[in-house]
Design a protein. Structure first.
Length: 358
């Protein structure tokens, strides 16, 4: 009978390190001996012997004295011994995530099962305490790539300072060198405005709620450009009121102020939540879609199929977004200021009618 092999601390340390490498916990290089010893609750000599075994079989590569060990790539043109760690960030937790954001995350997980993709919600504020929280998140998750749905300038500056590759899916970079991919909301508003103006609408309201300042101003400029191109006056607080806080009560109050001036014949809102609030207000006023007010939504939602009349909206190119996103993660663009806006299709539906005379 063959005798049983005694399992030593070095064996256990080696097994723990191999497991960590398979899960991609260390990125491109192994941490120093002291942090590893503390994490494994053994002495540095034990860790050193375990690391030597990994060097001997080619799992790790030594780059000289006092340098960290590099995690080897196996095979000609082969994949890394570690899984690519990607952190997908949104302001909202998953159960409150925008449908488009969830679709992109779901397709990313399906397209790249070999990656370690995790979702985390980080809220909307941009203060110093948030930077400390982002530091903690980056350290705890050991992420090598960040994808932020609806990013903002403060996060762009922080990610650049930390040297972690980041891609924004929409939002506002404030011209910081962070690549951004998504759709152009300004072009969306121009397209739907042209449609509404062709239907005789001039009293068009596009409330901008809870958006970054730079984004809000760009939306206003696009709307003003459309109206003025047709010889129509642009009144910012009527045609494009800005609601800084993402709050249904604030949104309702801003819209009520517009109706006090004169009832709009068309509303353009950003998403399903804004539409629900606006439609409740219209119902309370005895107004119907599209007889009294035409309505269009910029961002789609799976619940739209259940609304009657069907609401006009844009269809997002989720597939091309994920395809470009994975390409950028694997090989970041040379120009980090690149911003790509993918084309959208306007689904006109039944909620767009000719302008009423009321």
């Amino acid at each position: 009978m063959e005798s049983l092999r005694r399992i030593t601390l070095v064996d256990q340390a080696e097994a723990a390190l191999r497991e960590a490498l398979r899960e991609g916990r260390f990125g491109e290089r192994l941490p120093g001996m002291r942090p590893l010893a503390e994490a494994l609750a053994v002495n540095a000599l034990t860790v050193g012997e375990a690391v030597s075994r990994l060097v001997a079989d080619g799992t790790l590569v030594s780059e000289g004295p006092r340098k960290k060990f590099r995690i080897a790539r196996h095979g000609r043109g082969g994949k890394s011994a570690t899984r690519r760690k990607v952190l997908y960030l949104t302001a909202e937790p998953m159960h409150e995530m925008k449908p488009v954001a969830l679709e992109i995350l779901s397709l990313l997980l399906l397209e790249r099962p070999d990656w370690d993709v995790k979702h985390r919600a980080i809220g909307r504020s941009e203060g110093r305490t948030d930077r400390r929280r982002w530091d903690g998140l980056l350290k705890s998750e050991e992420a090598r790539h960040l994808v932020y749905f609806g990013g903002h300038p403060a996060f762009a500056k922080w990610s650049l300072a930390r040297g972690v590759p980041t891609v924004f899916l929409g939002g506002d970079t404030a011209r910081e060198p962070v690549p951004m991919l998504g759709v152009n909301a300004a072009l969306m508003i121009e397209q739907v405005m042209e449609k509404l103006i062709a239907l005789g609408h001039t009293r068009i309201c596009h409330p901008i709620c809870g958006m970054p300042e730079g984004f809000s101003e760009r939306q206003r400029r696009s709307m003003g450009k459309c109206l003025e191109a047709h010889g129509l006056p642009f009144v910012p607080n009527y045609h494009a009121p800005i609601v800084p806080k993402l709050d249904p009560d604030e949104f309702t109050r801003a819209l009520a102020e517009v109706f006090k001036v004169r009832r709009p014949t068309a509303l353009v809102v950003f998403d399903w939540e804004h539409f629900i609030t606006a439609s409740c207000m219209l119902r309370e006023m005895g107004l119907k879609i599209p007889r009294d007010v035409s309505v269009a939504i910029l961002s789609p939602d799976r619940h739209m199929a259940w609304h009657r009349p069907q609401i006009a909206h844009f269809r997002y190119p989720v597939g091309p977004i994920v395809k470009t996103l994975t390409k950028w993660i694997e090989a970041p663009p040379e120009d980090l200021r690149v911003s790509i806006s993918l084309p959208l299709e306007l689904f006109e539906a039944d909620s767009l009618g000719r302008a009423s005379k009321g």
